[in-house]
Design a protein around this ligand. Structure first.
Ligand code: GLY
Ligand code: MN
Ligand code: MN
Length: 432
């Protein structure tokens, strides 16, 4: 990869080339993508979880999803292993004497891998990256479980992405089969443990989250510079993607939202198939994924670079609600109370019926991250604060979303590098 100086020299050497380059091409070298953490990080997390379980057996299936950017591991599994392989199974058995952690990988298929990519082999390299000594194929899972159940009769459910009645829970299918063979076995729910662990971020996680935020801030700047009447929403989305990649993100943390005019009032508008019209607002809700950690930042831009008086009036209400809610964030506070404060402010301004979603959420490995909303906030948690007012009949939607870290004494605004004040947003859009 050429150094920045060499890049600069090459560009300066060809004035003609410079003149024909679109403004959006990268001027700086891209940041390399993240690596998984050291194996001891995942080991320590598993040890904490096992200590909290105190005994029994917990099985966790990897149920990530394939999308346009490839396989993305499910967050609970990634949090405990750093492994991005589909079809893997983790078994934790805290009471076992020698091997408390076992990993099972689905069989390799050379023909399949010629189409979809090479999967990890079982060997020392995988033992080193996961820190797990006992690795075998999923065909051995049933036999291993029968062996482990000779010393304990408790099976713990530890991950519950689909809710208690979700049908696609392979753990419950396995547990059902095992308990029908071994009648003394009991199944217990400890799906509270991983949210409690995952929601309090380690410093290394915050480092990755801040890198995801930095790429997202750059992408918001690129969007602000590109937005004007006549530009396609889709073009803005493309520029955002380029900035994500330049910032070391291999993919977005969630499908980007670039909604103009009426689309600014559609909360998760995915299509990006409209042309930005004069006088409209554009809601840009985006987050890059750096090392599996997602950012989540929304800004609302006036297409012409200036808010109309009515747009600014609504913007000011949303900003005031956001700032008041942010000011409340500190350890011990209940998120519900913060949400209620936003409702109160928006109601007093006359827009209560146009605030139709929750105030925010935990953010981390998942954009809507694991966490216990009914418990008070703790230092180390990261939440979004994202009030919005959406008036479809006026094609007027405003959302402002930022990420806040709960600290020992209060909070820190992680997304402070990106302006929120309406005058500053207008300045950011000026092509000067
Ligand atoms: N980007 C989805 C959300 O803000 O929750
Ligand atoms: Mn959000
Ligand atoms: Mn968002």
């Amino acid at each position: 990869m050429p150094s920045r100086n060499r890049c600069t020299a090459l560009v300066l050497a060809s004035a003609a080339l410079v003149l024909t380059l679109p403004r959006s091409l990268p001027a700086d070298e891209p940041i390399p993508p993240a690596r998984p953490f050291e194996p001891m990080v995942y080991q320590a997390r598993r040890a904490k979880l096992m200590k909290a379980l105190g005994g029994g057996i917990a099985v966790l299936y990897a149920r990530g999803e394939e999308d346009a950017d490839g396989y993305r591991q499910d967050a609970d599994f990634y949090y405990l292993t750093g492994l991005n392989d589909a079809g893997a199974v983790l078994v934790l058995s805290p009471e076992e004497r020698a091997f408390k952690e076992r990993l099972f990988l689905k069989p390799r298929d050379p023909d399949d891998e010629r189409w979809t990519g090479v999967r990890p082999d079982i060997g020392d390299s995988l033992r080193r990256t996961t820190g797990i000594e006992r690795i075998s194929r999923t065909s051995a899972l049933g036999g291993s479980m029968m062996g482990l159940l000779q010393t304990t009769g408790t099976l713990y459910l530890i991950s519950d992405p689909g809710g208690p009645d979700s049908p696609d829970r392979p753990e419950m299918e396995l547990y059902g089969k095992l308990s029908s063979k071994l009648p003394g076995v009991s199944i217990k729910n400890r799906t509270d443990l991983l949210p409690a662990l995952r929601s309090v971020k380690e410093p290394r996680e915050l480092d990755y989250m801040e890198k995801a935020i930095a790429a997202t801030v750059s992408a918001q700047h690129a969007a602000a510079q590109a937005i004007r009447p006549g530009v396609e929403e889709n073009w803005v989305a493309g520029l955002i993607d380029l900035e994500f990649k330049r910032g070391g993100a291999v993919r977005p943390g969630f499908p980007p939202i670039v909604g103009s005019g009426r689309n600014s009032t559609i909360l998760h508008y995915p299509e990006h198939n409209q042309t930005i019209a004069a006088g409209s607002l554009v809601v840009v809700d985006i987050g890059s994924d750096y090392g599996h950690y997602s950012a989540d930042i929304t800004r609302t831009y006036p297409a012409d670079g200036h808010f109309t008086p009515e747009q600014r009036k609504v913007y000011d209400v949303v900003l005031r609600a956001q700032q008041t809610c942010m000011d409340m964030i500190k350890p011990g506070v209940y998120f519900d109370d913060v949400h209620r404060k936003a409702e109160e402010i928006i109601r007093a301004a006359g827009y209560r019926d146009y605030f139709i979603h929750g105030l925010g959420h935990f953010v981390g490995l998942d954009v809507h991250d694991s966490g216990l909303y009914r418990k008070p906030l703790q230092a180390g948690m990261v939440v979004t604060i994202e009030p919005g007012i959406y008036i479809p009949e006026k094609s007027l939607g405003v959302r402002i979303e930022d990420e806040v870290l709960v600290t020992q004494n209060g909070h820190r605004l992680l997304t402070a590098a990106l302006p929120r004040d309406p005058d500053a947003v207008e300045r950011m859009m000026r092509k000067e």
